[in-house]
Design a protein around this ligand. Structure first.
Ligand code: GCO
Length: 264
């Protein structure tokens, strides 16, 4: 196979959970542009309808399904429906997730549990549901959306950090158990990206915005399209002997202690 063909996803079907906006949409678009048949899900019919129209406006057919990744019965029902209506799922991107920014001492157990359910238990349920078919076919790619918070903490995101730290270890464990079936399980760890999720802490003059620009060696927020190449790589034959890794797309932030305030 010629080198560039390794990255060709023609003939593959990719399911991107929460692929209706933000980084999920950017990753789903990249996989589709690399040749994959695209399936997305959301819990909101309205969001799904809008996203399918947005993909279509960009020349991409997105097959949309409404189900909650934390509802195992609904997941199993819809995975079966997708595999009947669209085709066997070769690539799963566990992207659906939420964040709650609440100081740990003030966070309710209900808030904690909701974040853990969606951001950690959801990927477990989804991975288990698609892995059965991948094992039978002897091929599969699972990509979990980790985070800077898989490695470091910061004020107010205790539940999110615990979930994303757990997701890193779930990635390693599923990689261990499923590599023998030729299922590779990896993760993408975005640094700080310009999305709706970060909008509340990213506007001009917000202390966190100024901090991130200074703290990131690339001296900018990531743009969703910065994830395209890594997503295609982890979804393609190019990564057939890569499993259990988190690829950080972070502008160098995790490599760096940062600069003193008086340093350029
Ligand atoms: C935050 C941000 C981060 C980013 C991303 C970083 O509040 O710190 O929302 O969590 O969204 O996860 O990798």
């Amino acid at each position: 196979m010629k080198a560039l063909q390794l990255f060709d996803l023609t003939g593959k079907t990719a399911l991107v959970t929460g692929g209706t906006h933000g980084l999920g949409m950017a990753i789903a678009t990249a996989l589709a542009q690399a040749g994959a048949k695209l399936v997305i899900n959301d819990v909101s019919a309205e969001k799904l309808k809008g996203a399918v129209a947005e993909y279509a406006a960009n020349g991409i057919t997105a097959h949309g399904y409404i189900f909650d990744v934390t509802d195992e019965a609904a997941v199993e029902k819809h995975i079966a429906l997708i595999e009947k209506e669209v085709g066997p799922i070769d690539i799963l991107v566990n992207n659906a997730g939420i964040i709650k920014r609440i100081p740990a001492m003030e966070m309710s157990v209900a808030d904690w549990q909701q974040v853990i359910n969606i951001d950690l238990t959801g990927p477990f349920i989804m991975s288990k549901a698609v892995a059965k078919g991948m094992k039978e076919r002897g091929y599969g790619k699972i990509i979990n959306m980790c985070s800077m918070m898989s490695e470091v903490g910061r004020d107010t995101v205790s539940a999110y950090a615990a979930a994303k730290g757990g997701l890193k270890m779930l990635t390693k464990n599923l990689a261990t158990e499923w590599a023998r079936y030729n299922i590779q399980v990896n993760a993408i760890g975005p640094g700080y990206f310009a999305t709706a999720q970060t909008a509340p802490i990213r506007y001009e003059g917000h202390p966190f915005n100024d901090f991130i620009i200074k703290r990131t060696p690339a001296m900018r927020w990531g743009q969703p399209e910065d994830l395209a190449g890594t997503a295609i790589y982890l979804a393609s034959h190019a990564s057939d002997f890569v499993s259990g890794h988190v690829v950080y797309v972070d502008g160098g932030i995790l490599a760096s202690l940062g600069k003193a305030s008086n340093e350029e």
